[in-house]
Design a protein around this ligand. Sequence first.
Ligand SMILES: [Zn+2]
Ligand SMILES: [Zn+2]
Length: 90
Amino acid sequence: MYKCEECGLIFEEPRKYIDDTGEELLVCPDCIGDYEEVHQCECGEIISIYEKMCKNCKKDTIIRFKELLKQFDEEQLEYINEYYDGEEIK
Ligand SMILES: [Zn+2]
Ligand SMILES: [Zn+2]
């Protein structure tokens, strides 16, 4: 899946386009603009393939995490910090 950087069109197949110099280019089928490869975030939002989540889902994750942290007291949080210090949380 691709998204045009010029007009924002989402498409599956780039269009072949021959420019003035005779060079064959792949372009947006609608406006001949440049495009980037995209995929769908879990929520349905279209995002770059270099991102795992859209901005909203990232924000949501942090909000949910902060909500979760409220369930622990100071000492527990301190221990969690110590336990996960520099480690991957899973
Ligand atoms: Zn376009
Ligand atoms: Zn999302």
